[in-house]
Ligand binder design. Structure first.
Ligand code: PGA
Length: 255
């Protein structure tokens, strides 16, 4: 299977009219440049339905939510459940983004519940992990990533695992303009793949998409995507600009 995937994370950006304009223009670019490549766009909740409409007919383009609640249903004012997302027709959801971990105090135990609910509802999960600057400085990168992986999604069975994408996003590289050196990112990706192999065997490890995130942009994408265990990117800032995101689509290998 082709592991390559280009994922956008719009975060809390763009008005609805801007989002629609972007998607209309992007699907036109995709028709020219897409070549069957896999794209996932994580949009704010209110844009899910229009985004699904505007990308319908492009089987390579999927729409994701950026979050879900860790309970299945009930009196949780303002929250959105896995079932609700699935009933809208959304394809996937981000779980464990560092901004959720940092600003909303989401711990691995809560993230484990989110991942399980999402997968049970039929959604794919993009599970994000990565170390802070201080953890990297202390030489803890691999240990932190291992802990986040094992306690967040380590309990999932092999069947569920087929619908999990992992995004390695060093916290110090997100939105800062700093990017991990391709070889450094590759070392972490190889470690993650080895962990997946320990959990579920070599076939699953080889089939799992492991994305890199953190200031991915047209100028650094080719070198990152050329690494053997980097299967594409999860992109914030550069996913908001059509020319940049289209350039990233071009930089993504086809197979
Ligand atoms: P960035 O964000 O590309 O703006 O660094 C990546 C992310 O947070 O997923």
């Amino acid at each position: 299977m082709n592991r390559y995937l280009l994922a956008a994370n719009w975060k809390m950006n763009l008005r609805l009219d801007e989002a629609k304009t972007f998607l209309k223009a992007f699907v036109a670019e995709y028709q020219l440049e897409g070549n069957g490549k896999r794209v996932l766009i994580a949009v704010p909740f209110p844009y899910i339905l229009p985004a699904l409409e505007l990308t319908a007919g492009y089987s390579g383009i999927k729409i994701a939510a950026q979050n879900l609640h860790h309970e299945a249903a009930g009196a949780y004012t303002g929250e959105v459940s896995a079932e609700m997302l699935a009933s809208c027709g959304v394809d996937a959801v981000l779980v464990g983004h560092s901004e959720r971990r940092q600003y909303f105090r989401e711990e691995n135990a809560v993230l484990a519940k989110k991942a399980e609910l999402a997968l049970d509802a039929g959604l794919d999960v993009v599970y994000c992990l990565g170390e802070t600057q201080a953890e990297r400085g202390a030489g803890q990168t691999l240990a932190v990533v291992e802990q986040q992986l094992k306690t967040g999604i380590g309990h999932l069975d092999a069947l569920a695992w087929q619908r999990v994408v992992i995004a390695y996003e060093p916290v110090w590289a997100i939105g800062t303009g700093l990017t991990a050196e391709p070889a450094d990112a590759q070392a972490v990706h190889a470690h993650i793949r080895a962990l997946v192999e320990q959990l579920h065997g070599a076939d699953h490890a080889q089939a799992t998409s492991i994305l890199y995130g953190g200031s991915v942009k047209p100028s650094n994408a080719k070198a990152l995507f050329a690494e053997s265990d980097i299967d594409g990117g999860l992109v914030g800032g550069a996913s908001l600009h059509l020319a940049d995101f289209t350039a990233l689509l071009k930089a993504l290998p086809s197979a």
